[in-house]
Structures are given as structure tokens and as C-alpha cells.
Write a protein that binds this ligand. Structure first.
Ligand code: NIG
Ligand code: FE
Length: 404
């Protein structure tokens, strides 16, 4: 028989019931059976039929869903600190990319790194996210740019969930940059690497979704469309790096392909928001990249909010535009730079992040039928999560989910 457990003595931010900010419940109880939540609410309302074998008192602490980082490039070789120095002296991200640096510098370092080196550095980064209550991490390929190196990146990403208490969702991002051996032959790169590689990685069950960098310095909307069509033929969900540096109408591509999310969106035009909103896709905001690249243009948050578009927030952890492994810092940045409320920032790393990964039936809220996996914080109110910078407020994560 599955054990039934009561959690009680907590302030619960369910992120589910919108009647109260944060879905907040004081003196709450959560009832867990097996891997799932079966009931939650005010402790005094708990039906007596839910008698438990075990009761755990949380000492009045704040409880939220375990956090989700829905956009990372966590697996890579080397670092780009020298490029950071150059940008501080005035070189732009685009100039460095055109000179063969940028993403392609990390491609060289990733190809040269051994599996052990890539895994060890990715685990170091994953550990920092895990220490801040993250239990689901999306990880993209995109620094291999050969079929075998892209597949190697996804295999290493999947290894992380064997080594650590975290679930990993892998994304095929071979359309991230044109590698040097395909210079001026980007269509051939798509035909010879991106599309056949996707098929192979899918056959090896390594792909949860498909992404592309739709940008003047990367791939055109027409090229990206071919990748999204291929994903559709394999029944894989899609997402895009869209409107980060220029307006390429990537968000509209996502909408047309019924994608999960469009990510970045600094240059999203207000005119495109109605169609994007109607598609139900999530706007994933990446304030770390905005900060590091010293962007001036902010995503149109007010308009997205008015249109009811769900907004997620993620680290975009990568060696170039966002060398950040603190999801709480990124939540703070989402508030200070983009004008999100702390409640929106927490929705951005829980319920809306789950939606951006297509896992909102299992993760991201505290409600019956959801996985019993929640973060317990040494805090009194959920606004404190976005407020303090550099704190380590996590007390523990309670997880009943079987390790994969
Ligand atoms: O999400 N925009 C494209 N990809 C990454 C940057 C990758 C890099 O600079 O290495 C991003 O910002
Ligand atoms: Fe990214």
C-alpha cells in the first residue's frame, strides 16, 4: 500500500488559485500519496478521511512548487571571459560573432572537451540551480554543430538526471549557429546536419523539443521554418529564440506552428502580440542575457500582460550572453529590469515555466494530481524570493517523485 504523508505548519504558495495572490494559504496542509499530491488546503479543512501514516511539520516556513529553469544551455566546454573583457571595451555581441567568436568559440571548446569534462562542468552549474530549489532543467544542444557532437551534448544533459535529483528536458538546437566548416552554406548545414541529426537524435529518444536561433546573425525565418516542419513530422513540440536582437517575426512562426514558447522577445512588435497570445504559447523572458549584453530595449511586458500571455523567466545559462546559474537572481532581474511583479516572477519559474516545457499537468503548481515536489524556504512570504539578492534561503526540497 502507498504511504500517505501529511505536510503541515507552512505558508503555502500553490501558484494555482488566482483568487489570492500566489494562491497563498496560511496554516496549510499538503497530503501526499505515492508520488502525487492528493489534497492541499487550510489544515483545519482537511477531510478526516485523509488520515496519514506520517506527519511532517514544516515549522511555519514558506512552501512553493519546486522551481523550473525552462531555458538553459548548461552543457558546454570552456568559457568566454575574454569576450566579456572585449565587450566591456566596446565590441558588440554581433561583431564578435561575425569574427568567428561568440557561439562558435564555445563550439570549438565543446568539441575539444571530453565527455567527462563536459559532464563535470555541467554538474557544477546544475548543482547551483539545485541549491536554489530547481528540480526541472531544460538543456539545449547547440554547441556541437555536428550530428555526433549535438547528440553527445544531449546524452550528457540526460546523464545529469542520473547523477542528481533533477529532471532534465532536452532540446535539439542544432540551428543555433552556422559552424565554420559550413561558412556561407547555411542551407547545406540545415540539410546535412540539422535535419538528419534531429531524426537520429529522435530515434535515440534524446529529444523532448526543438529550438532554433531565428536571428540576423544566425538563421532566417525561412530556414527555421524548415526545422519546425521537420519537428512537426516527428510530432515534437517546438520553441524559438525569437526577437532577441532584431524583429524577425519568430514569435509569429511559433504561433503558426502551435509552439510551446518564444524566448527573449526584446524586439517583439506589439502588433504581433494578439496572434501570439491566441496561440497559447508562453513568452519566456531571459533578463540575464538582457543584463549581460547591456540591451536597451525591454520585451513588451505590459502589452504581454494585457493580452494575458503567460510569461516564464529562465536563466538562459550559457557562456556568452548569460553566464548565470542563479534562478533567484534572474527573478530579481525580471522585476527590476522588466517590471514583473514578484508574483509574476515566481509564476515564471513555476507554473508558466512548466507550461513552456509542456509539463504543466505534472509540475509547477501545488494541487491535487501534481507531483509532490516542493521547495521549503526559510522565508515568510513569497515576495522575498525575488527581493533578496545573493541569499541562500532554501531550507530543503521535499520530493516524492521516483528518480528516473
Ligand atoms: O540564448 N541567443 C542565442 N543563444 C544564446 C547565446 C549563446 C551564446 O552566446 O553562446 C542565448 O542568448
Ligand atoms: Fe538561449
Amino acid at each position: 500500500m502507498t504511504e500517505r504523508v501529511h505536510y503541515e505548519g507552512c505558508v503555502l504558495a500553490t501558484m494555482q488559485n488566482v483568487r489570492e495572490p500566489y494562491g497563498l494559504i496560511y496554516d496549510a496542509s499538503i497530503v501526499v500519496e505515492g508520488e502525487r499530491i492528493v489534497w492541499c488546503g487550510p489544515r483545519t479543512d482537511r477531510p478526516s478521511s485523509y488520515a496519514a501514516e506520517r506527519t511532517i511539520d514544516l515549522g511555519g516556513r514558506l512552501v512553493t512548487p519546486a522551481l523550473i529553469d525552462c531555458h538553459t544551455h548548461l552543457v558546454y566546454g570552456g568559457n568566454r571571459a575574454r569576450e566579456f573583457e572585449r565587450r566591456l571595451q566596446g565590441a558588440t555581441y554581433e561583431e564578435i560573432a561575425f569574427e568567428g567568436g561568440g557561439i562558435n568559440a564555445t563550439v570549438t571548446a565543446t568539441r575539444e572537451a571530453s565527455d567527462q569534462e563536459l559532464l563535470a562542468s555541467a554538474l557544477r552549474r546544475a548543482d547551483r540551480l539545485i541549491a536554489e530549489g530547481v528540480r526541472v532543467i531544460e538543456i539545449k544542444s547547440g554547441y556541437g554543430l555536428t550530428i555526433s557532437d549535438e547528440i553527445r551534448m544531449l546524452r550528457i544533459a540526460r546523464r545529469i538526471e542520473k547523477e542528481r535529483p533533477v529532471s532534465v528536458k532536452t532540446t535539439w538546437l542544432a540551428a543555433h549557429a552556422v559552424p565554420p566548416e559550413y561558412e556561407n552554406r547555411s542551407d547545406a548545414y540545415i540539410d546535412e546536419v540539422v535535419l538528419p541529426g534531429l531524426k537520429r537524435a529522435h530515434e535515440e529518444q534524446l529529444v523532448d523539443s526543438v529550438d532554433g536561433f531565428c536571428e540576423a546573425i544566425a538563421f532566417s525565418p525561412a530556414q527555421i521554418e524548415r526545422v519546425l516542419d521537420a519537428a512537426k513530422r516527428l510530432s515534437l513540440p517546438v520553441k524559438l529564440h525569437a526577437e532577441q536582437l532584431t524583429d524577425q517575426k519568430g514569435a509569429l512562426l511559433v504561433a503558426r506552428h502551435h509552439g510551446l514558447s518564444a524566448d527573449h522577445l526584446e524586439y517583439l512588435s506589439a502588433d504581433d502580440i494578439p496572434a501570439f497570445s491566441a496561440s497559447g504559447a508562453v513568452a519566456v523572458l531571459l533578463p540575464g542575457a538582457f543584463y549581460v549584453l547591456k540591451e536597451k530595449k525591454r520585451p513588451p511586458v505590459e502589452r504581454l500582460r494585457e493580452a494575458g500571455v503567460p510569461m516564464a523567466v529562465a536563466t538562459d545559462c550559457n557562456p556568452g550572453s548569460s553566464p548565470i546559474t542563479s534562478i533567484l537572481t534572474v527573478m530579481n532581474m525580471a522585476c527590476t529590469f522588466f517590471g514583473l511583479t514578484p508574483e509574476e516572477a515566481l509564476a515564471g519559474t513555476t507554473c508558466h515555466a512548466a507550461k513552456a516545457l509542456g509539463i504543466d499537468g505534472d509540475h509547477g503548481t501545488i494541487a491535487p494530481h501534481m507531483y509532490a515536489e516542493f521547495a521549503v524556504w526559510d522565508l515568510e512570504h513569497p515576495s522575498e524570493l525575488s527581493y533578496e539578492i545573493g541569499a541562500s534561503p532554501l531550507h530543503t526540497v521535499c520530493s516524492h517523485r521516483a528518480q528516473s
